[in-house]
Design a protein around this ligand. Structure first.
Ligand SMILES: NC(=O)C1=CN([C@@H]2O[C@H](COP(=O)(O)OP(=O)(O)OC[C@H]3O[C@@H](n4cnc5c(N)ncnc54)[C@H](OP(=O)(O)O)[C@@H]3O)[C@@H](O)[C@H]2O)C=CC1
Ligand SMILES: Cc1cn([C@H]2C[C@H](O)[C@@H](COP(=O)(O)OP(=O)(O)O[C@H]3O[C@@H](C)C(=O)[C@@H](O)[C@H]3O)O2)c(=O)[nH]c1=O
Length: 259
């Protein structure tokens, strides 16, 4: 059977990358890409109508509220999108027998470990974004049997969206020096690699449903990551300053490598 896959939140960095790469699987997977303007996942009636008028067998949920700083100020929006709408989406998936692939985050952990977090480790988020994402995971696990929750970390696209990779390159255009923190360790993950992992997941009919971790395998600090971004672009005309703290509203885990 051909796979008929809905991608929600298709206007984000992951959704756009899946769209760019879809031709790699054109013989096996039909994709429907719906951005927020086409399908707002907070609207339950639109969700119902969309699933009723299509014959999807998978839904990759890329829709999320990902502004970690703003989530501290307006947590209710983060909860609405990352938790309550995910609950609705899970219920609609259940009704239509659609396998939900949901993306979650390393920020569900509190960062007190010093060895990679495994799926059995107990989450304990430190910020509102992480808390809202954890609640979304819990709803899915409660409502569905046929689901994959894929936790990833420090996602970046070279092409699209708001992410650390692009923030650093934007700063290069206007700043003479950039201060970057060494107080967190994680694994930057290229959305291209996550996209291909998701393709394999859809095509691998043997993989048990449940919770998985996926990240690129190089652990580093944000400072190390900034250094590697500048090296990749051969940028030398900027002073990169290593700091042990960068003031932010949200607390972030000191260590969030996923294993
Ligand atoms: N970015 C990261 O570092 C990481 C992300 N993740 C998770 O991966 C997934 C994909 O994230 P990523 O692509 O990076 O995030 P983006 O912020 O790039 O994309 C999220 C998309 O969801 C859209 N969206 C927001 N609200 C709604 C809504 N109500 N209905 C439909 N779409 C909506 C956004 O639209 P708009 O911008 O117009 O609001 C945006 O296009 C998310 O679940 C995220 O939590 C996991 C680990 C790391
Ligand atoms: C832009 C910038 C950030 N920082 C610091 C702030 C913060 O502690 C850390 C990361 O900054 P950002 O705000 O860019 O990244 P942040 O939004 O925390 O990224 C997170 O996004 C969510 C969606 C996830 O799920 C996580 O996996 C993770 O990728 O680096 C600097 O030290 N210097 C800088 O110039």
């Amino acid at each position: 059977m051909r796979n008929n896959v809905l991608v929600t939140g298709a206007g984000g960095q992951l959704g756009k990358t899946i769209q760019d790469l879809q031709s790699e699987k054109k013989n096996d997977i039909d994709f429907t890409f719906l951005s927020k303007a086409a399908l707002d996942i907070t609207n339950i009636d639109d969700l119902q109508a969309c699933f009723a008028s299509n014959n999807f067998n998978f839904c990759i949920n890329c829709a999320a509220y990902t502004n970690v700083e703003q989530a501290e100020i307006t947590p209710e929006i983060a909860y609405k999108i990352n938790a309550e709408s995910v609950k609705n989406l899970a219920e609609v998936c259940k009704k239509h027998n659609v396998i939900l692939i949901h993306i979650s985050t390393d920020y569900v952990f509190d960062g007190t470990k010093r060895t990679p977090y495994i799926t059995k480790d107990i989450p304990n988020p430190m910020n509102e974004y992480g808390k809202s994402k954890l609640l979304g995971e819990q709803y899915i696990a409660r409502i569905l049997k046929k689901y994959f929750i894929i936790r990833s970390s420090w996602l970046y696209s070279r092409e699209y969206g708001h992410n650390f990779y692009r923030s650093i390159l934007n700063k290069v255009k206007t700043e003479k020096e950039i201060s970057v923190t060494t107080d967190q360790i994680g694994c930057p993950t290229d959305v291209v690699n996550l996209s291909r992992f998701l393709f394999d997941l859809i095509l691998d009919k043997q993989k048990p449903y449940g919770l998985y971790h996926f990240c690129d395998k190089k652990e580093m600090t944000w400072y190390d990551f900034a250094k590697s971004i500048l090296a990749e672009k051969n940028i030398k005309n900027i002073k990169l300053i290593q700091v042990d703290h960068f003031k932010t509203l949200a607390k972030r885990p000191k260590y969030s490598v996923l294993g």
